[in-house]
Ligand binder design. Structure first.
Ligand code: FEO
Ligand code: CA
Ligand code: CA
Ligand code: CA
Length: 637
């Protein structure tokens, strides 16, 4: 989400210092020097990668397309030889039979209509093939948030229960059927797969926090049924065919009142919410319903093939401002789930299921993610790391320290990670797993508070103070993803190499960028990177040569980077999913035309962008873009 750029100061000004904090100036200087040496010396990918990197370094480029220059055009641009079409923009009916109200360009659709139309601000997405086809499938996509200035005809004036309901109905998830024809990818409507999930959809709670006293509310004394999901950011597919989505900046939706509890404070709740739902929907007033926030921040699992299935919040994976979660299989067949919290100075997690992944798809793995062990990462300065178990009764995770049971460890995962001395990261966004090499990659998008007064100092994994540009870190777990030890290094540090400030210069070989966010392994082991420079910074200052947000391709064997796509004004590029044969790549263009305030001006909705329209003044709309090679070949290769 865009707004997260300027948030989380309060929650992260935690009393728990980073274990990497160094108050001694001499020691601090030593660490900074050591870090820079490590980054540009022995930690460079070509030297750390050993056999993989050194052998590849002299080969010709594997990035077989003409890279694009940075752009400030209000358009999507792709390399020569590629084409794309746009589908499923905000407001399009998802295709529920008998409930397909047309989108109205003046944003006058009602809340009820919005509940069966594509929501706002598409983020993560995934393509689920039907019958192993690469031209027919179900796409599930997140609708992360709304800028209410553009969601309603007259913006946030005359704020009302109807407007709150429309905002809620523009959140959540959509599933729609899509098919490739001679004009490109189209929505299939009506469809038996079409579904909207909103703040009114009932979720079951799975795992150790189900039924926990901290999950119980007046409306749900059982603590086992939760209405809705929100701020769903990244997404992924599980090996058993379900969709995982992270509930990210849920704290912005709750009002904590003037005297927040230490727990609410640690999780970043403010006196009033950003979205102002609490004025017409009391459950978002955490001063009256203090446990309601505990029911958000989970990884949610949905079966995209069954629109009547009950989605589940998987508490065993831990609570956080979760960007998303990504699954692979350990050598002995268990699910290994990596996740992170996109918040300044928060953490990276790994969950290993107790049971093995069973053949038989979603139905055979209904409780797989409810039993297992959660770990949090500590990145040590020598290039090794440790997964610290988050198990009640072990180490500091005891009742005396405020953890009554495993449910409380998971609900208070941040506090537990603080107690364990995990490494405070520069806003972990997407992760992706290279099953061939065993490397797991993670974007750390930026953290301008790093190393600033009263905030944690730089450390080896987060080496730049006032980190405006971000980096991509990677690690390799011993024992085929299953061990609790790993080695790590940086694939690259983002940033314009021409920047004057040393810590805003990148070390990218090829096309430079800032603020990596979306990340996914693609065909041929190429790494796809999507960027999210906030609209208040795009094309200014240290970002002035970087252009609009974009998508790039990196060959991880050589660290070479090439720019593949540039987006319209004030958008973020996100979502990333290939068809099984790699001939279509689906991405999302999120929040084109977003104003620096994240609200939008209803009097001038097309001020920054009119995409995907071309009419002056048109209201910009998030949408999915389906990219294909003109010759029908595999994307990127
Ligand atoms: Fe929703 Fe961390 O981006
Ligand atoms: Ca986003
Ligand atoms: Ca993101
Ligand atoms: Ca982001």
């Amino acid at each position: 989400m865009a707004k997260d750029f300027e948030t989380m100061e309060d929650s992260n000004r935690s009393a728990n210092p980073s274990i990497h904090d160094v108050s001694n100036p001499a020691r601090r200087q030593y660490l900074q020097t050591a870090t820079w040496l490590a980054l540009f010396g022995s930690f460079h990918p070509l030297s750390v990668m050993g056999a993989q990197g050194e052998n590849e370094a002299n080969k010709t480029s594997r990035l077989n397309f003409q890279g694009l220059p940075p752009s400030t055009e209000d358009a999507v641009q792709v390399p020569a030889g590629y084409t794309f079409n746009i589908l499923a923009a905000w407001g399009e009916p998802v295709g529920i039979s008998g409930q397909m109200p047309a989108f109205r360009t003046d944003a006058s659709n009602t809340a009820q209509e919005q509940a069966v139309q594509m929501g706002r601000h598409h983020d993560g997405l995934a393509f689920f093939s039907l019958n192993a086809s690469s031209s027919h499938g179900v796409i599930m996509t997140n609708h992360e948030y709304t800028d209410d200035g553009l969601l309603h005809t007259d913006g946030m004036q005359n704020w009302s229960a109807e407007k709150v309901k429309k905002s809620q109905n523009a959140h959540g998830l959509s599933a729609y059927e899509a098919r490739l024809d001679h004009k490109g990818w189209q929505m299939v409507r009506p469809s038996r797969y079409a579904r909207r999930i909103t703040l009114d959809t009932v979720f079951a709670v799975g795992g150790p926090a189900a039924g926990h006293p901290m999950m119980q509310t007046a409306a749900d004394p059982s603590g086992r049924w939760i209405k809705g999901t929100l701020n769903n950011c990244a997404s992924s597919k599980t090996p058993w065919g379900t969709y995982l989505s992270g509930e990210e900046n849920w704290s912005f939706y709750f009002a904590a009142g003037e005297a927040p509890s230490p727990h609410h404070k640690r999780w970043g709740l403010r006196a009033k919410s950003f979205y102002q739902w609490e004025s017409h929907d009391e459950r978002f007033d955490a001063s009256k319903h203090p446990n309601e926030p505990n029911r958000f921040g989970w990884i949610v699992e949905v079966d995209p093939m069954d629109p009547n299935s009950t989605p589940v919040k998987r508490t065993a994976i831990g609570r956080g401002a979760h960007e998303g979660a990504w699954v692979t299989e350990s050598g002995d067949g268990r699910a290994v789930v990596y996740s992170g919290e996109d918040a300044r100075f928060e953490y990276i997690y790994k969950f290993i299921s107790r049971d093995k992944i069973a053949p038989g798809g979603a139905a055979a793995n209904r409780e797989l993610l409810d039993h297992g062990t959660l770990y949090v990462a500590r990145f040590d300065a020598d290039g090794t790391g440790k997964w610290l178990p988050m198990v009640h009764g072990h180490g500091p995770l005891t009742p005396a320290n405020g953890f009554a049971d495993q449910g409380e460890v998971l609900i208070k995962a941040r506090q537990a990670s603080d107690a364990l001395g995990a490494t405070k990261m520069d806003r972990p966004e997407w992760l992706t797993i290279d099953k061939e090499t065993g490397w797991v990659y993670c974007t750390l998008t930026n953290n301008s508070n790093r190393g600033q007064d009263k905030f944690p100092d730089v450390d080896a994994a987060n080496p730049r103070a006032n980190n405006t540009m971000g980096q991509i870190i990677r690690w390799k777990d011993e024992n085929a993803f299953a061990a609790d030890t790993f080695v790590w290094n940086h694939l690259l540090l983002a940033g314009d190499p021409a920047n004057e400030r040393a810590q805003a210069k990148g070390n990218i070989q090829g096309d430079f960028f800032g603020c990596p966010d979306g990340l996914s392994m693609g065909p041929g082991g190429l790494l796809w990177i999507e960027t999210d420079v906030h609209s208040s910074q795009l094309n200014q200052g240290e970002f002035k040569r970087i252009g609009n947000n974009q998508m790039l391709v990196c060959d991880p064997a050589t660290a070479e980077v090439k720019r593949f796509l540039t987006g319209p004004n004030m958008c973020e590029i996100t979502g990333l999913s290939f068809t099984p044969d790699g001939t279509t790549l689906f991405i999302n263009i999120q929040h084109p035309g977003e104003s620096p305030s994240d609200r939008g001006d209803p009097k001038n909705p097309g001020h920054y962008s009119v995409w995907p329209a071309s009419t002056p003044g048109a209201r910009p709309r998030s949408a999915t873009v389906a990219i294909r090679k003109k010759d029908g070949g595999v994307i990127g290769l």
